[in-house]
Design a protein around this ligand. Structure first.
Ligand code: UDP
Ligand code: MG
Length: 345
């Protein structure tokens, strides 16, 4: 039996078939697993057998959507043996668009009643999927895994993550759960809500929180990467953090206005003092050091705030260009999950 959810009131929302929370206990949902993969030729041959076995035991209809995000190693060759039988499909993007875009591509193409997103490097244990599905059956629309600790990560990543999440907590109206990654199970209604969002520069961790719905966290400790290196070095993480903060908070702009106002007031008071001193204190020409220091300080502050404005302007520019978020060069394999029935039918 097929169900449709309440109106999503999003014009671009794709067709919707979801199982209402009240009927989930005995439901046999179709399950999609979305895996973004960039240079994961060594990891996928280890992940896929375990995942396929698990999905076979969990659901009658399942699919694994691997998004090959412009890999330069033999990732595609590693997936190929799996493409013959229905179940595993691969979207090969035309170049490396980044994890957020690859995840978006996978979500756009996933057809299951529930969709699991996970990494290809076995840092997201497949054994947790049944537990997540059980929480979905109990009525949760989104179940996400939260790292119990980040001990396996280098110190700069740990300190950076802590700083980033505290900034987000102060600056964002949305409650973005700290240390929750992309390992999560989502109901069809959540996936459709995320796919209907028109923004191009996406910070997925924020969007999961933004769409709302009943969500629950499950703690886990991530094992180390089985092979290869993390793709998120200091530079990528910094750019992801900047995009997360500019997407979900106007706090930097407010701080700029606040600091600007305070400095302007101080400068005005200093101006008054200089005039008063001129008339009542005689002609004192000393003070060039104050002027030079003041000029340097004010130009530094101005440049910093122009930079902050530039960050936001850059985001606006990315959005108005209206380029697609990703380009699928090839779609391989086929899914046993039926095409979803359009909502209007
Ligand atoms: N990934 C991707 N495109 C990229 C970078 C990463 O699809 O440009 C994938 C990668 O193959 C992996 C997942 O995103 O499946 C997480 O990447 P990684 O393990 O490097 O991140 P970390 O675990 O260090 O946060
Ligand atoms: Mg990883």
């Amino acid at each position: 039996m097929k169900y449709s959810t309440a109106d999503m009131n999003a014009p671009t929302s794709p067709s919707v078939i979801a199982v209402p929370a009240s009927d989930r206990g005995a439901a046999n949902p179709s399950v999609s697993c979305v895996i973004p993969a960039h240079n994961e030729a060594q990891n996928l041959p280890r992940l896929l057998p375990a995942l396929v076995d698990l999905l076979k035991s969990l659901a009658e209809r399942w699919e694994i959507v691997i998004v090959d995000d412009g890999s330069r190693d033999r990732t595609l060759a590693a997936i190929e043996p799996w493409l013959g039988a229905p179940g595993v499909i691969c979207l090969a993007l035309s170049r490396n668009f980044g994890k957020e875009a690859a995840l978006g591509a996978g979500l756009d193409h996933a057809r299951g009643d529930v969709v699991v997103t996970m990494d290809a490097d076995l840092q997201h244990p497949v054994e947790m999927i049944p537990q997540m599905l059980a929480r979905w059956r109990a009525g949760m629309d989104m179940v996400y895994a939260v790292r119990a600790d980040r001990k396996d990560e280098p110190p700069f990543k740990r300190v950076g993550a802590r700083l980033f999440y505290s900034l987000l907590r102060v600056g964002s109206a949305i409650d973005i759960p700290p240390h929750a990654g992309d390992f999560r199970l989502m109901d069809r209604c959540v996936v459709d809500a995320i796919c209907s969002l028109p923004e191009r520069t996406r910070f997925m961790k924020g969007l999961y929180a933004w769409v709302g719905y009943r969500s629950e966290a499950i703690e886990f400790s991530a094992p180390p990467r089985t092979a290869g290196r993390s793709h998120f070095g200091a530079k990528t993480l910094f750019s992801l953090a900047a995009s997360g903060i500019t997407a979900f908070s106007n706090l930097p702009l407010r701080v700029a206005s606040g600091v600007g106002s305070v400095l302007a007031l101080l400068a005005f008071a200093y101006g008054v003092w200089v005039v008063v001193e001129h008339f009542f204190g005689g002609h004192n020409v000393a003070g060039w050091a104050t002027i030079v220091a003041g000029m340097m300080f004010f130009s530094g502050v101005q440049l910093l705030f122009i930079g902050i404005l530039g960050e936001y302007l850059g985001r606006v520019y990315e959005e108005v260009k209206q380029r697609p978020r990703y380009i699928v060069a090839r779609a391989l394999g086929h899914s046993p999950i039926d095409m979803r029935v359009p909502k209007s039918l």
